[in-house]
Structure formats: C-alpha cells, structure tokens
Design a protein around this ligand. Sequence first.
Ligand SMILES: NC(=O)c1ccc[n+]([C@@H]2O[C@H](COP(=O)([O-])OP(=O)(O)OC[C@H]3O[C@@H](n4cnc5c(N)ncnc54)[C@H](O)[C@@H]3O)[C@@H](O)[C@H]2O)c1
Length: 400
Amino acid sequence: MKNNREIGIGIVGAGFLAETRARCYARVAGVPSRVVAVVDTVDERAEAYARQHSIPKWLTDYRELLELPEVDLVDLCVPNHLHRPMTEAAASAGKHIVCTKPLTAYVGQDLPAETSDQDISARDRREMLRVAVGDAEAMVEAVDKAGVLLMYGENWIYSPSVVKATDLMLESKGTILEMRGGECHCGSHSPFSKIWRYTGGGALIRLGAHPIGAMIHLKHQEGMNRDGVPIRPVSVSAEVGDLSKIPSLVAEKEEWVARGWQDVENWASAIITFQDGSRGIVWASDAVLGGMESRLEIFMSNAQFKCNLSPNNMLQAFSPDAAVFGDAYIMEKNETKAGWSTPMPDEDWTSGHLAMCQAFVEAVSKEQPARTDGRLGLEVVRTVYSAYCSAVEGRRVELS
Ligand SMILES: NC(=O)c1ccc[n+]([C@@H]2O[C@H](COP(=O)([O-])OP(=O)(O)OC[C@H]3O[C@@H](n4cnc5c(N)ncnc54)[C@H](O)[C@@H]3O)[C@@H](O)[C@H]2O)c1
C-alpha cells in the first residue's frame, strides 16, 4: 500500500473454501497483512470462524464489511451467483477483490426467482453462454472503472509444480504443442453441487475450470514471452455425461462414487484448440476413486512436463489397517487409510493456495496486477459455456 500500513483482508462466506483461505493468509510472509473481518449470513458460522481464526470482527451483512475502512481486500468465498453483485459492490466501495473460480456461472439469474430447477438446467446453452460471459465482462468493467484489482483465484497457476514448469517453459522458448490436464475424485457430497441452479453446471465447471484456467494461462505466457502476443483459445469441442446412471452401477450396493446428481454432469471431457493449432485436452470427473487427482502434462517442441498437484509421491505410506493412522489427515477425498497411500505433507503448498494468497497480498501492497486477473476468469467462463454448447450441439464451437 502507498502508506505502508497493514493490509486488511475481509473474508466473505465462512464455508469450505474460507477455511483454506484463513490458513493461507495466516502464513503470508514479508508483507504486513491480516484478516480483519469475516461475514456470513449464518451468524453462528461467522462467529465460530472469527473465534477459531482470531479475527476481530464478524458480521452478517456484506454491505457492513464494505464500510470498514480497515478492509483493503475482500476475498469472495461465496456461492457463484453472488460473485458478480459482490464484485460490483466492492469495486464501488474502492476495495480490491479476490474472486474464486468460476468467476461467474449460469444459475438462472436472468429468469424469475420462481423458475423451477428443471427450467434452469434445460435453458438453451447459447443463452447460458451469453449471460455468464456478460456477467464476467461486467465484473471486469466494474473493476477497471473503479481502478481496483480483481484477482482470479485459480490456485493451479500458483502451485509449485506448475510455477516451475512455467518458468522452464518460458526459458525453453519452445512451443507448447499439447496439454492434458484434469481434476477428478470420488464426487462432491455437497447436495448443492448436484443441482445446476446452485453451481451453474457439473464436473466441467467445478473441476474442469482448473485445468482450463492453467492451459489458457500457459499459452498466453508462451505467446507473450516469445512474440509479445498472447496465444488465445479459439474453439472447443466437448462431451458431458452422468456416469452414475450406468445400469450396472445403479444395481451395485456399495456407493463408492457419489450418486444422486439431479441435473448436472459428473463427467466431462473437452478439447480446446488454440490460435496456433495447439490443443488442450481437459477431463473432469466425480467418479474416480483413489483420492483427489489434479494433474497437468505439457508436451512441447523441446521439453515435456508432468505436474502432479495431487497425488504426488513426496511421501508414500503403508498401513495394514485403516485404523493405524487414527484420525490423521492423509489427503483430500481419500477413501481409505489402509494399504499404500500418499499423505500430503502440506496440501496448501502443493495445491498452490498458499502462494496464491501470498501473491494476492503482494499485488495489493504494490498496487500491481496479480498473475491471474478477471480477464483470465472471463476466458475460462467463455470456454466452459462454449464447451456446454458443444456437448449439446454435438459439434465444435468457435469462441466468439
Ligand atoms: N479450489 C478452489 O478454488 C475452490 C474450492 C472449493 C470451492 N471453491 C469456490 O468457492 C465458492 C464457495 O464454495 P464453498 O465450497 O466454500 O461453499 P460453502 O457452501 O462451503 O460456503 C459458502 C458460504 O457462504 C455463505 N454465504 C452465502 N450467502 C452469503 C452472503 N450473501 N453473504 C455472506 N455469506 C454468504 C454461506 O452461508 C456459506 O457459509 C464457490 O464459488 C466454489 O466454486 C473454489
């Protein structure tokens, strides 16, 4: 900050993501900063979060948070439909903003409140694309007008393996020919993730947004570094599906992979074509056992990288019985502690969340854009909803 005072962070929403943020902001080094307030519409949640993380103020109304002079940066850890209105309000109040992925989503925001879940998820995909991209563009416009930062919370781009691969890729001056990346696990157990009106889609937007963001960022960096011009995605073809409806699985008693999906896909695959003809192959699934899988492979004209965000073999452990490790945490979405496992020594570090929070606080301190901004979030939204169009139309869709 210009006056060198402590940067005050306001957390919005005290749920799942906010826990990661609290741990990571507490570890920011070299820049005086602190979480000064939290807001959640559920008062017990806000109060418990404030107590647990020693935060001086808790509130239930977002507008009150924006009035606090000690808040310089708001971090939106709230459901997708609130990202646009909260970003616009924060920008008007002169606060810098962190918005998690996805930057925006189509959740029926252009339809009357009484519209049924079914009518929302059945909406024409081209309309979804128009509305979601329109929201994302409005967010970018609002922050540009207000002169504040909008930082896009894509942790993959800050993960140690992707950062190192990016540095080596830039050093090599080579051409990225193909990328393959995906995020999979045994399925979200949040009831909201199974309904389009709350998430704006299924596995593609919830999980696939990560590799899509990383791929768009990498090709952008490659182009800027070598030729001074970004290499953009130009088209996408995709398929989506509900693997939990496969008849033999329906007949099985054990529910190892999540079921009960109302109107969203739990499996998706997309091929993104970039301006120079290179390709990104994306997959996302809520039907994969073995713990959280987040991987990105980069195939270049002069190098190859395999980024293992999760799991990785930093630590391999064996126990003959699941009870041996008691209540100890192993890794996200791990089904069992028996047999071989890969306990994660520091998931906040390997996932990139830690470096991302550090980078965001530094960006506010220097009043300079972060590596991931609203424009990247906008490109991800455009790619995701164009992929949904492709899946329904059964053909490749140009990114307008
Ligand atoms: N790796 C990642 O980047 C990652 C991981 C998980 C979730 N997310 C994103 O984070 C966002 C939140 O997901 P989550 O899993 O933490 O959800 P969650 O349901 O666990 O938490 C959301 C919280 O927001 C609160 N809330 C709702 N409306 C509010 C309002 N008007 N004002 C203040 N608080 C309000 C809810 O009470 C709840 O406590 C979503 O956009 C999701 O896509 C990102």
